[in-house]
Write a protein that binds this ligand. Structure first.
Ligand SMILES: [Zn+2]
Length: 259
């Protein structure tokens, strides 16, 4: 905890529980992460015509992918920094709206937090995996083409199909990782402000998980995640966690800390 919003609220005379809802990552951020991931796939589609009749090309392209991956990882960290700045400013704005207090000089940037770095490392692993995935798919197509003596035009079509599949996979990864990283940032931002509970906010979009719908409006502790994690953690989960601000005295704060 870096500051205590509950104690600041008490000092300001607030006595009732207040929900602080915030807008986390947007479609624009999801598209931003897609743009980070796609060069890894594009790298293979650019060289597509070299593969026909040359089976060692998969090896060369896979190795050349290392440079593309390094660039993608650097771009990923820049994207994390931008998302952090966006979500922090949303937090500051929503706290101001809900309480009238300005926490701009207290709310931290969370992108260097070890928990967040661990979440981003998972995205790094997925980026590397895209390059490996392309190699496996191309090798399979080329081996099959040799065995069945397929004409070049057919091989081109088969390779193009594999590129399409991996592109779709990259889009899903971008969507899911944006949610997970944004959710982690939201958690860290709330915990830094001394918020220990949140209220589950269901998105009510298509294909909801029934047990997530049932959690709508229920309170959870940041220290006690439900079985499948906090909102935004399960695959494709679009639920959110609204901070539950419960004003308390300095003394109560000390008691809570020592528990
Ligand atoms: Zn959900």
């Amino acid at each position: 905890m870096r500051y205590s919003l509950p104690e600041m609220a008490w000092a300001e005379g607030m006595r009732s529980d207040t929900l602080i809802k915030l807008r986390t990552a947007t479609r624009e951020h999801e598209r931003g992460l897609q743009r980070v991931l796609m060069p890894v796939v594009d790298h293979w589609s650019r060289r597509q015509s070299f593969f026909i009749g040359d089976s060692s090309e998969t090896e060369r392209t896979h190795e050349a992918g290392a440079g593309v991956i390094a660039a993608a990882i650097a771009a990923l960290w820049r994207w994390v920094g931008l998302l952090d700045r966006f979500q922090r400013s949303q937090w500051v704005r929503q706290v101001k709206r809900a309480t009238g207090m300005n926490v701009d000089n207290m709310a931290p940037f969370v992108s260097s937090d070890p928990d967040l770095r661990a979440a981003v490392q998972w995205s790094v692993a997925l980026i590397r995996d895209l390059n490996d995935d392309m190699r496996r798919r191309f090798e399979t197509v080329l081996a099959d083409a040799t065995a069945r003596r397929l004409p070049p035009a057919q091989i081109e079509r088969d390779l193009a199909r594999q590129i399409k599949i991996t592109r779709r996979r990259a889009r899903l990864i971008a969507l899911d990782q944006t949610r997970k990283i944004a959710a982690k940032m939201n958690e860290l931002q709330q915990v830094a402000a001394g918020i220990d509970q949140y209220v589950w906010q269901h998105s009510f979009r298509q294909n909801p998980r029934k047990h997530h719908v049932r959690r709508q409006g229920l309170r959870f502790y940041w220290s006690k995640p439900p079985r499948d994690g906090h909102p935004g953690h399960a695959i494709n989960c679009r639920c959110d966690a609204a901070a539950l601000l419960r004003p308390r005295t300095l003394r109560e704060g000390y008691l809570n800390e020592s528990l």
